[in-house]
Design a protein around this ligand. Structure first.
Ligand code: BGC
Length: 919
């Protein structure tokens, strides 16, 4: 029996306020029995739960559709309108034609689909006037106004049926209703190119309203919109003024509707307790400035001013359809030290992104005394906080205690990247308890879908560190780092880490949103920005564009989203943009070597970033690691053109497919002609060049064995150590395995020698470092200008862990894991590995053990999918499944036996294999 579960609309569970007119519906099938398939489905969509309970779909009854599709089924019922609430359920028929039960009921609701649906006005404090407005944008902002409080009181005469709020801000907001926080979003609205689109949020506030007086409260701050943002951009990039828009639709039992909107009847108070809030600088909160009861009925706001209504704003408001930023974990410190009297350093034991909450009471701090929390990733040798690598980011929160009873404080509109927190300002002689502070981890709440464990505890730690680095850099965009004054969506980092990120978390909604940011940051001629959103795009300084490997992210990520989630819609939406980029590079480089428009200046063509030539460690070769930039760029040009051709094919654009496949071949030809000698030497002769040529399939067959030979030679030059950078490390590891040098790949992975992943862990790393030598005990920190301990690019090895150790691999011919490969390739000293990946078809799990010359493998294949499984064995006769000779198991189809690998094709189910390994 199968049952449909985990119903989603547009990748989200019960989303409120979406603005897609034909939402795509998906479910997962549940069953532990083998060989379970879906042969048909029926979807019912109704305007009320009751109708649906009686099996009536007044909006859509798909009727029985003969199909095995469980994902992206396009709603095809009554046209959807603003604010409609749609309930839905599905039942399926299995392979034998037996119907399942109906699923549980799921829902989605529609947002405000047209600009005219917005009756609300933009409101806020009076407009700020600047003399040299454009110029001021270049400067970092230090003087920040307190966060204003906005307030509106209204009366409800009768009980309501439902109340939905649509809300957003220019800057950031927190919303309260009758003293209670609305929703759990942090830093909303999230980062987009605000000139092109601003996301609004939808909340169901039915349970927060009451008969009689009700009060709406909102607090505003600068956020990405006005605050310090980006590396050189400064502040006030998108605008100067904090603005807020709010529309609440109240529905009564008899169907009558009433709207409460932001307008000139709202009141504002500009001297609230948040004295300063900025992502880089931190937050100052003065409890003495609180206005008790301000967001509750009964408060006297007669001394408050009226808000300014701003009629000048023309914003494109779109629904937020990615998981919000939330507090996803709380962490207790593991130790406290006092390197200087009165200066306490709390160690969270984990490098996180977020903030701390702190409990204060009169016995540990005096009223009016600022309690200062400074955040850092590392300590100096004397045990004090190291903050030089934060650059301009002060990452300092200050709480001024009012002295009443014990209270908990936390910031609202900032976040930091840190493991250590320095607390000062406590009463003299006080020794604070360990639970004085709690670390709150803040990130885009994309569901966790992966796991990994093995017999090697350092490897397990590495996997954890990769996951932490992902979490710490997921703030509505994938940031490079969470701590210094940068935190940009650098595209080179993101593309190389993309497959790892997808194995770890369900990134579909997140990347759908970020790919829009990437398109928004694209230049008219087709060049892509190097990060998205791009705060410098509007400033006219376009020094960060079209860098090879960074711009290519805009081809790589949509392709991976398609491959992993079978999302053709993303290809459709993105195709023209991608094509424009390839055409531009082609147009500027008629000889097919990508040299022109390859980054804005030579400096901003980053190449294989942070490769061995940037390592400053005694005894490590000074030169010989960097891939020549023209080789690097042309390899990406060929690869991206190939991806474009594949996109065209998937979209049935066959002329384009032909044209771009042909072009890709020609680029490959130009690459060989220019960079490859007849005996297979490639310009640069580095580990990275051979890894790239193989990974991007740029060589003729006969030269591939040569390339791997030279790759090993290049490794020997470095005494079998890595010299690869951001973009070539993962390719090298995958190619070593592919070409029969899995042992070399394993020894690089499991090595504790510098430079390596395990070396970082030996130095105490709990996240992935930006540089192989971010910190070396004998030497100390690398450059203070660019040393982060929380950068995911080198964490791209996570993909190798899933694909090679667990062996889970998508199949390009059947995207979305409809069919996939399980090909575990044990190596090194590992005797056990287990883990899973929850695909859009359900959970794929692998667990293997090596036991006295036997290989034992348990796999779980989700219903409605098939897998090809590779089992190492001396002979196919040596393989059993659930203790039976494998030939006797009817579901399993034998495919082949070559090079001591037996291949089988399996339908869904749980299987336990055992094989005798070759001697
Ligand atoms: C970032 C990187 C980024 C790079 C571009 C750095 O400042 O932190 O991760 O990709 O610039 O070279």
């Amino acid at each position: 029996m199968i049952k449909p579960i985990y119903l989603r609309s547009e990748y989200l569970v019960n989303p409120l306020g979406i603005d897609v007119l034909e939402p795509r519906l998906s479910w997962v099938l549940e069953s532990e029995e083998r060989n379970q398939k879906q042969s048909a489905y029926q979807i019912l969509v109704a305007s009320s739960e009751n109708l649906l309970k009686n099996d009536r779909g007044d909006l859509w009854d798909s009727k029985k559709v003969d199909s095995d599709q469980t994902n992206h089924i396009i709603y095809a019922g009554t046209p959807l309108k603003s604010q409609m609430v749609c309930f839905w359920k599905v039942r399926v028929w299995d392979g034998d034609g037996n119907p399942s039960e109906w699923s549980d009921i799921a829902m989605w609701s529609m947002g405000l689909l047209s600009p005219t649906d917005w009756k609300a006005k933009w409101i806020g404090p009076p407009k700020k006037r600047f003399l040299f407005r454009r110029l001021r944008r270049f400067f970092r902002k230090k003087n920040i106004d307190p966060s204003p409080l906005l307030r509106k009181s209204f009366n409800l005469k009768e009980k309501i049926k439902r109340a939905i709020v649509f809300v957003t801000a220019l800057g950031e907001y927190e919303l309260y209703l009758n003293g209670k926080r609305v929703g759990d979003h942090i830093l909303a609205p999230e980062w987009t190119d605000y000139h092109k689109r601003i996301q609004y949020q939808t909340y169901d506030v039915t349970n927060l309203l009451q008969e009689g007086e009700n009060v709406i409260g909102a607090v505003l701050a600068d956020g990405w919109y006005i605050g310090n943002t980006g590396i050189i951009a400064g502040s006030r990039i998108w605008g100067n003024d904090r603005r807020f828009i709010f529309q609440m639709v109240i529905e009564y039992a008899d169907g009558r509707r009433e709207e409460i909107i932001s307008d000139n009847t709202w009141k504002i108070y500009k001297d609230g307790p948040i004295r300063r809030a900025d992502h880089y600088l931190g937050e100052i909160y003065d409890a003495r400035k609180e206005q008790p009861g301000w967001d509750m009925p009964g408060f006297d706001d007669s001394a408050w001013q009226s808000v300014t209504v701003d009629e000048t704003i023309r914003a494109n408001l779109v629904a937020q359809m990615n998981e919000p930023i939330r507090i996803v974990h709380e962490i207790k410190p593991i130790s406290i030290s006092e390197p200087v009297p009165g200066v306490f350093i709390f160690n969270l034991g984990q490098n996180i992104a977020g903030w701390c909450k702190i409990r204060l009471n009169p016995s540990i701090c005096d009223p009016g005394q600022p309690i200062k929390l400074r955040h850092g990733e590392m300590l100096k040798p004397d045990g004090t906080l190291y903050t030089k690598n934060l650059r301009f980011a002060k990452a300092t929160d200050v709480f001024i205690y009012d002295g009443s009873e014990e209270r908990e404080f936390h910031p609202h509109f900032t976040y930091h990247g840190f493991q250590y927190v320095e607390v000062t300002g406590l009463k003299e002689g006080v020794k604070p308890p360990l639970d004085l502070i709690t670390g709150c981890v803040i990130c885009s709440d994309a569901p966790l879908v992966g796991s990994f464990e093995s017999s090697d505890s350092t490897l397990n730690k590495l996997w954890q560190n990769i996951l932490w680095t992902q979490r710490d850099n997921l703030h509505s965009i994938p940031t490079d780092c969470p701590q210094r004054d940068e935190r940009l969506g650098w595209m080179g980092d993101a593309q190389i880490f993309c497959q790892t990120s997808i194995f770890n978390m369900d990134m579909a909604a997140f990347y759908t949103k970020w790919l829009q940011d990437i398109r928004d940051a694209q230049f008219h001629d087709g060049q892509y920005s190097d990060y998205a959103p791009n705060p410098t795009r509007k400033l006219g300084i376009t020094w960060t564009k079209n860098a090879p490997g960074w711009a290519d992210c805009a081809l790589i990520i949509p392709w991976l989203v398609y491959l992993n989630y079978n999302d053709k819609q993303i290809l459709r939406t993105h195709y023209c943009s991608a094509k424009k980029f390839i055409d531009h590079v082609h147009h500027k480089n008629r000889n097919l070597l990508w040299k022109k428009h390859a980054g804005f200046l030579f400096l901003t063509s980053y190449g294989d970033w942070l490769n061995g030539d940037k390592i400053k460690v005694e005894g490590y070769p000074k030169k010989g690691a960097a891939m020549p930039k023209d080789v690097f760029a042309t390899a990406y040009f060929a690869n991206s053109t190939r991806i474009l051709a594949k996109m065209a094919k998937a979209l049935a654009l066959y002329d384009d497919y032909k044209y771009y496949s042909n072009l890709a071949e020609k680029i490959q030809g130009a690459f060989i002609k220019k960079f490859v000698t007849p005996d297979g030497r490639i310009k640069g002769n580095t580990q990275s060049t051979y890894a790239f040529a193989l990974y991007f399939n740029l060589l003729p067959e006969e030269l591939k064995p040569k390339a791997i030979e030279y790759l090993l030679e290049a490794l020997k030059k470095y005494d079998m150590r890595l010299s690869t950078g951001f973009c070539s490390t993962l390719p090298m590891m995958l190619e070593l395995t592919k070409w029969g040098y899995n042992d070399v790949a394993y020894s690089l992975l499991l090595s504790k020698r510098f430079p390596s992943w395990f070396y970082m862990i030996e130095q105490g790393a709990t996240t992935i470092w930006e540089r192989w030598d971010s910190y070396i005990p004998e030497r100390g920190f690398q450059s203070k200008l660019m040393t982060s301990f929380n950068h995911f690019a080198f964490g791209s090895i996570g993909e190798w862990i899933y694909r090679i150790i667990l062996g889970i691999n998508p199949d390009e011919t059947q995207p979305g894991y409809k069919h996939f490969l399980i090909k575990p390739q044990p190596g090194g000293s590992l005797t056990l590995a287990k883990g899973h990946y929850i695909s859009i078809h359900g959970k794929i799990a692998v667990e293997w053990h090596l036991k006295e010359k036997r290989f034992e493998l348990k796999v779980i294949i989700p219903p409605n999918t098939t897998a090809t499984v590779h089992i190492p064995a001396g002979s196919p006769d040596d393989v059993t499944e659930s203790d039976k000779p494998i030939q006797e198991v009817k579901e399993i189809e034998f495919l082949s036996f070559n090079d001591n690998i037996a291949q089988y094709r399996l339908p869904s189910g749980i299987y336990v294999f055992s094989s005798k390994l070759p001697i």
